[in-house]
Design a protein around this ligand. Structure first.
Ligand code: PLP
Length: 391
């Protein structure tokens, strides 16, 4: 059966070049990067080479890159490492749970947190950020790109507000890295999170940019790895993979791969909207990363839709979360003002480097017929049709 993967915001395949770069570090180059002998220094050299590549991707200095186990750890390190009891934090309602739950934890230990709303396009208003500032505000954490909709927040403006107020600014760029160019100097952020498996490096490795001279409290206590910002023996193969993926992402921007992906995504959206009535793109009016398309299909539940598409070979996802056995509609879409049923009917399609025009055609052939089939058995949809035809 033909299988097409359009769930790259969940995870991406490791590219062959990345796997080739990593392979020796699972075998003959097995050393601990802290050891002073040949084996250790070989590993150290590889880690530092990867650090240069990640620094080049983010536009920062090598000493400002801290390797972590991924996006969740990077977000937690930034938030728990930069704020403490008594501080005020500003974030938004549409952050990833790695940020929201870290903020909730800080509330439990004595921080105040302001959760800013977004508008119907999914955007935070920078004026709201400025208005939320208090004398004890220590940290602003607003994501660069949303994982469900791909919406890009106005991080440059928020960074300017943070700098003027002398407040730390962290941005979760997990869904931006590899998809749009990142420059920490332009964003004026103090911390920025990335995760390898979102841009063709392996699972379980990531990085946090921490601006030079910023005092950040570590999450773990142990050795003096990563300049005492992240204790624990480095995951050398993973870090090598992250570095290689960063190099490939830079080459991709050079070859306008991001624009080509955006054109594929636009083709997909036009095709869907032209073929499926009562559908629309969530966050479609905002600046977005070029690979993500979040589409609602009224009167269809997202979950059966994902299953039906998977049975036909197309892998996509919903933003719905399962809590206590019930499907909760996405907090991101609800925050954008979508009705609960429309949020539940939404499906995320996310392209990756390996997707082709044929993959998009495959999805365009499959999605409309699947929606039509599910609507045939939907009492809600039938009711609307009857009402419509009676008019
Ligand atoms: N932040 C965002 C925006 C994400 O999309 C994700 C993963 O989906 C994370 C953080 C967590 O990253 P990781 O899976 O590397 O822990």
């Amino acid at each position: 059966m033909q299988r097409v993967y359009l769930d790259n915001n969940a995870s991406t395949p490791v590219l062959p070049e990345v796997l080739d770069a990593m392979r020796p570090y699972f075998g003959e180059r097995f050393g601990n990067a802290s050891s002073i002998h040949h084996h250790g220094q070989e590993a150290r050299g590889a880690v530092e080479h990867a650090r240069e590549s990640v620094a080049a991707l983010l536009g920062c200095g090598v000493t400002e890159v801290v390797f972590t186990s991924g996006g969740t750890e990077s977000d937690n390190l930034a938030i728990a490492g930069l704020a403490a009891a008594g501080d005020h934090i500003i974030t938004s309602n549409t952050e990833h749970h790695a940020v929201l739950h870290a903020c909730k934890h800080l509330e439990d230990i004595g921080c105040d947190v302001t959760y800013l709303p977004v508008d119907g396009c999914g955007l935070v208003d920078p004026d709201d950020v400025a208005r939320a500032l208090r004398p004890n505000t220590k940290l602003i954490s607003i994501m660069m790109a949303n994982n469900e909709t791909g919406v890009l927040q106005p991080v440059n403006e928020i960074g300017r507000i943070a700098a003027q107020a002398d407040v730390f600014f962290h941005t979760d760029a997990v869904q931006a890295a590899g998809k749009v160019p990142i420059d920490v100097t332009r964003i004026r952020c103090d911390a920025l999170s990335i995760s390898g498996h979102k841009f063709h490096a392996p699972l379980g490795v990531g990085a946090l940019y921490v601006r030079k001279s910023t005092r950040i409290h570590p999450l773990f206590y142990g050795g003096r790895h990563e300049r005492s910002r992240r204790a624990g023996t480095e995951n050398v193969p993973g870090i090598v993979g992250l570095g290689k993926a960063a190099e490939l992402a830079m080459q991709g921007f050079g070859g306008n791969e991001d624009q080509k992906m955006g054109a594929l995504r636009d083709r997909f959206e036009q095709g869907i909207l032209g073929r499926v009535e009562q559908s629309g793109v969530n966050g479609g009016g905002s600046p977005r990363v070029p690979n993500t398309s979040n589409v609602y299909f009224d009167s269809v539940d997202g979950e059966p839709m994902v299953i039906a598409l998977d049975l036909k070979g197309l892998a996509v996802s919903t933003g719905a979360a399962c809590s206590s056995g019930a499907l909760e509609p996405s907090h991101v879409l609800l925050s954008m003002g979508l009705r609960a049923d429309r949020a539940r009917s939404s499906v995320r399609f996310s392209l990756g480097k390996e997707n082709t025009a044929e993959d998009v055609e495959f999805a365009l052939a499959l999605v409309p017929e699947t929606v039509a089939r599910l609507r045939e058995v939907s009492p809600v949809y039938r009711k609307q049709t009857v009402v419509g035809s009676a008019r």
